[in-house]
Design a protein around this ligand. Structure first.
Ligand code: G1P
Length: 295
């Protein structure tokens, strides 16, 4: 089984739900506490052994490239003034030379289209896709769990989670044929089905390990749900030839593409920080009381 070395990060989305904040800042640069969303995704990929990072970006996303670049003047000034902690904080943004590639998606034609653009960079080997909007908190990083499971299953693998029936239209959904522990074999996948026609409530979350055969399927497909080229449709088209499993990861997922999810993630990650926890918890408890009394 080939080692998964490359990961694609589709980061071309406009982030309209976060306007006006995203008018001049890419949504992937919005911070949960003090780390931008993209840092969580890149750290998760690194923890899973990823060595090459392919970002599919768009106009206005330059801040993402700068973020992973060295900031010589800033680093010099922090070093000169002895600000060791601040300097150390920049460590997370340092990537090995040549490990990052940025390519442009010129038109918003969907997730499938974004992934297809990475074809030449991915080449003929299995690769991961991480959607930075989906932030997963847990003891073992989700992609690392998947890489370990994928070494046994092969084929395409998608991360999955149970969702309420009335939410299926927000996700890709699996038609499950059999299950064994965290792994479910799929006989099909549907992008954003209405609850009446959803094959299950097992939803796809934004982590994938894909075989390069996906690119031929993406080439063959036309637009799907929402008029966009859907990655889910391409995986579905490859169910028989390549095999698809859903992996129900251990961890808590936050939908940081929505304001509600983003705020909840902010609270969860703040509570994880010992130096913030007590004061933050007391503050939230106090607010809850104020709103309870006012209601
Ligand atoms: C994308 C995928 C969908 C998946 C979701 C997970 O949808 O197309 O299959 O369930 O991510 O977050 P989006 O949320 O970008 O519309």
């Amino acid at each position: 089984m080939t080692h998964v070395r490359k990961a694609v990060f589709p980061v071309a989305g406009l982030g309209t739900r976060f306007l006006p904040a995203t008018k001049s800042v890419p949504k992937e640069m919005l911070p949960l506490v003090d780390r931008p969303l993209i840092q969580y995704a890149v750290d998760e990929a690194r923890a899973a052994g990823i060595e090459e990072f392919i970002f599919v970006t768009a106009a206005g996303k330059g801040a993402l490239e700068d973020y992973f670049d060295t900031a010589a003047a800033l680093e010099r000034s922090l070093a000169d003034s002895g600000k060791k902690e601040a300097l150390a904080a920049l460590g997370a943004t340092r990537m090995p030379e040549g490990a990052l590639t940025f390519l442009r998606q010129n038109q918003p034609r969907g997730l499938g289209h974004a992934v297809r653009l990475a074809r030449r960079l991915v080449g003929d080997e299995p690769f991961a896709v991480l959607l930075p909007d989906d932030v997963i908190r847990g003891a073992e990083p989700a992609l690392a769990q998947m890489v370990a499971a994928h070494a046994r299953t092969g084929g395409h693998m998608v991360a999955t989670m149970e969702v309420p029936l009335n939410k299926t239209a927000s996700y890709g959904v699996l038609d499950v044929s059999s299950e064994n522990g965290r792994i479910a074999r799929a006989r099909g996948l549907v992008e954003k089905p209405r609850p009446e026609v959803a094959p299950s409530t097992r939803a796809i979350i934004g982590r994938y390990i894909l075989q390069p055969s996906i690119f031929d399927k993406l080439d063959m497909l036309g637009p799907g749900a929402g008029g966009e080229l859907q990655l889910t449709d391409a995986i579905n088209a490859d169910v028989e030839a390549t095999g698809v499993t859903g992996f129900s990861f251990a961890g808590e997922r936050f939908d940081c593409g929505s304001i509600q999810g983003f705020v909840q993630a902010t609270a969860a990650f703040a509570m994880d920080r010992l130096e913030l926890r007590d004061e933050f918890q007391a503050f939230i408890a106090g607010r809850s009381e104020i709103h309870r009394v006012a209601a």
